[in-house]
Design a protein around this ligand. Structure first.
Ligand code: GCW
Length: 730
């Protein structure tokens, strides 16, 4: 790049035309500006800034020996031709011999040298997708070997190696082995065929169905690169609120075109199956899963899909929930529905991910209890290629939610995790909320299903209940915004989902650290400051939105902003149903004297919430209805504690603003300004949440906001009349 640049300058100087020079200069400036629009995500490959580190890399990386010629090896080559010249400011030649600094890449079956290195037992442990990165002396030359049992494993190893360079780690003597703890690591896109994205805050869908399959947008490839770099190996392309049209022949060709782009990157495509498709597309008069004609319709459809996409992953299904059709329309169970589809995909090794997110306002019981009540009796009744996909909590991705009681309660059914990466309830497109600590909080929760230590992570990775398939999915936060995710820091949540699905033992701050270094800069002060903001951000948000276990008190429909006063005809969609504030107090009694949702947890888990006097106060009002004068552990009354939390949330956003302002000189102006503007919006939103909630709850508590806190500058009526008819994602 630098060499090419010098040659061009020489030529222009030779021509002696000033205008050409100015034009070239402008072009260069433009390319720099473009470079920091966020499009490149964490794959920026900017020159290693530390001179000593760069010098050591140049010594350790002098040449590449690539073994094999599969499409995956081809994409490795493409990636390296972007990465090395970018990071090392020089091209690295391909060789077939060994030199000091040769990076030897490939599987043992593609390279007899790699085969002879004595790595067998470590490779065995790496499994199909794992990798090794090891320093080895080969023919007297000091080399680095990147290998795995499959080309896909090698690809993951290459990205891991590049991550070392991007984050400026030592590569002096490498001895890294890594294998994913979870098999299926998926993104779920809630993307509609008309390109709107349900709960999407980053523009429209990146899938341009209209121009597919003829037009392959560069984005599809960059999407695959980004996912492969963090170990994501599957993508459900369509919304769980499904449209059967995607199963028609012309759409399947479009799906196949995407599958072709993703395949070399180790990514399979999956679709959502609308349960009533046989009626809508096949003109059958029923979609009853026990009906022969219906079963045959699905078998034929599946055959058609696999003819076009031989490695199609399978279906994700939302059935009998929020208006979606399902087996219960025909008096059948979730197992009947899932098994019918499972039988259709089984000959091709496909899987069915059947969602446990079911609840109905016709069931009088606490919504919290309904999924458990429906699914636990079905344990053991599903085919081996069915997974039940469970949200992290029993209500709906709230800013803080206890883990779902289904985890640990279905030992005979592989349960997979569904996290929400898109920030429907965590500030949407305008706020910074780093979600790795949120994901980890759930993963590290102890279900006590097999005694102490049966954490949610150990349930879903199969180690507690020996599941044959394991999975983790994240509802994607990706759209066609230039920077993919809207808020520059939202990219970190996509990144975290992938990293944690690969290894849920990684610490949140380590993930933040690597993401910041790759996405912004390796500058120590910046990384420390930005990391402290990220690490605190979700707790800050829980404080100014739903402290002490409050939940589901946001605006109806779009879920933007506070609306605790809303009371709808449908109780289970109404904030008042969840907070139950009255003159006596606030909170949802889910103990034995109330709905007894707490009874769905194993005794060991229950104890952390059961007694309000000793309970983890972050969940207090989730499980208890308590008087406004209830004494909290810090001596404050419950009302004062609410005032305190809401205000500390607001204060902390102001702290984030200050911390960010001090970073101006450290990073590019474009992203600095974007985040600054968004933090200002977040500050306004935090004040809005605090004021609206305290004013509303005060109508019940009749207590004063203590003097030390800022007083609401608007009336409750003002907040109640706010409307957002075009809020995104709805
Ligand atoms: O979180 C809620 C969302 C719905 C979503 C539903 C689900 C896709 O508000 O938009 O629908 O959950 O997970 O099915």
């Amino acid at each position: 790049m630098a060499v090419a640049h010098k040659t061009i300058i020489k030529r222009i100087t030779a021509i002696g035309d000033k205008k050409i020079f100015v034009l070239y200069f402008l072009l260069l400036v433009c390319s720099f500006l473009h470079a920091e629009d966020g499009y490149e995500l964490w794959l920026r490959y900017k020159p290693v800034s530390d001179a000593a580190v760069l010098a050591s890399y140049k010594q350790k990386i002098t040449s590449i020996q690539l073994n094999g010629n599969s499409p995956t090896l081809q994409v490795i080559k493409e990636e390296l031709s972007l990465a090395f010249p970018g990071l090392l400011k020089t091209t690295v030649p391909y060789v077939s011999d060994f030199r000091n600094g040769t990076i030897l890449i490939g599987t043992p079956s593609a390279s007899s040298t790699i085969k002879s290195l004595g790595l067998d037992s470590r490779l065995n442990a790496a499994g199909e997708e794992g990798y090794l990165i090891v320093s080895k002396t080969i023919n007297g030359k000091s080399c680095i070997v990147i290998t795995g049992n499959s080309d896909k494993g090698v690809l993951y190893g290459v990205f891991a190696f590049l991550r070392l360079l991007q984050t400026q780690q030592s590569i002096q003597s490498l001895n890294i082995a890594s294998a994913p703890l979870i098999k299926l690591r998926l993104l779920n896109h809630w993307d509609n065929l008309n390109r709107t994205v349900e709960r999407g805050y980053a523009g429209f869908s990146i899938w341009n169905w209209h121009t597919l399959p003829g037009y392959i947008d560069q984005r599809y490839k960059d999407y695959a690169r980004a996912n492969a770099s963090i170990g994501i190996n599957g993508s459900v392309l369509t919304n769980v609120n499904a449209n059967a049209t995607v199963l028609t022949a012309s759409y399947l060709e479009k799906v196949a075109a995407l599958a072709n782009v993703f395949r070399p990157y180790g990514i399979k495509v999956y679709l959502t199956a609308r349960f009533s498709a046989p009626v809508e597309l096949g003109r059958l008069h029923t979609a009853d899963p026990l009906n022969d004609t219906v079963q045959q319709w699905w078998k034929d459809k599946v055959k058609e899909i696999y003819t076009l996409i031989p490695d199609f992953g399978g279906f994700l299904v939302k059935a009998n929930s929020e208006g979606q059709p399902g087996p219960q329309n025909y008096g059948r169970t979730h197992a009947d529905g899932a098994n019918m589809l499972a039988d259709a995909v089984a000959p091709y090794k496909g899987i069915i991910m059947w969602r446990a997110f079911v609840y109905s306002n016709e069931v009088p019981d606490d919504r919290h209890k309904q999924a458990y009540n429906e699914f636990v009796p079905l344990d053991g009744k599903f085919r081996p290629n069915v997974m039940v996909q469970v949200k992290n909590g029993a209500i709906d991705f709230q800013p803080r939610e206890p883990f779902h009681p289904l985890f640990g309660a279905m030992p005979k059914t592989p349960l997979m995790m569904e996290f929400q990466v898109t920030q429907e309830y965590l500030g949407q497109g305008t706020s910074m909320a780093y979600l790795a600590p949120y994901f980890k909080e759930c993963l590290e929760s102890d279900t006590y299903s097999n005694g102490k230590g049966s954490t949610v992570a150990k349930i879903i990775d199969g180690s507690t209940q020996s599941y044959s398939i394991t999975g983790m999915a994240g509802v994607a936060n990706i759209g066609n915004d230039i920077n993919w995710c809207g808020h520059p820091f939202a990219q970190a949540n996509w990144y975290s989902l992938g990293r944690l699905a690969w290894n849920h033992e990684l610490a949140s701050d380590q993930i933040a650290d690597e993401w910041l270094r790759m996405t912004f800069t390796n500058d120590k002060q910046f990384v420390t400051a930005a990391k402290s903001m990220m690490m605190a951000s979700r707790e800050i948000m829980a404080n100014y939105m739903t402290p002490i276990g409050l939940h589901h008190i946001m605006g109806t429909g779009h879920h933007y902003g506070p609306a605790p006063w809303v009371k709808l005809a449908r109780a289970d969609w109404s904030p008042v149903y969840y907070h139950k504030a009255d003159s006596a107090g606030i909170g949802f009694n889910r103990t034995a004297t109330g709905s007894n949702a707490i009874g769905q947890y194993f005794p060991g888990a229950r104890t952390q919430w059961e007694n309000p006097a000793t309970a983890d106060e972050r969940y207090l009002l989730w499980f208890h209805h308590l008087p406004w004068t209830w004494k909290m552990s810090d001596g404050r009354t419950l009302w004062d504690e609410l005032c305190h939390k809401y205000n500390s949330g607001v204060d902390s956003v102001r702290w984030m603003q200050k911390t960010w302002d001090a970073q101006q000189s450290k990073i590019d102006n474009q992203r600095f300004q974007q985040v600054k503007m968004l933090l200002a919006i977040q500050q306004d939103e935090a004040v809005w949440w605090r004021n609206a909630c305290l004013l509303y709850f005060q109508t019940f508590s009749k207590m004063r906001i203590p003097d030390q806190y800022e007083k609401p500058d608007k009336s409750l009526e003002y907040y109640m009349q706010l409307r957002f008819p075009f809020a995104p994602g709805n």
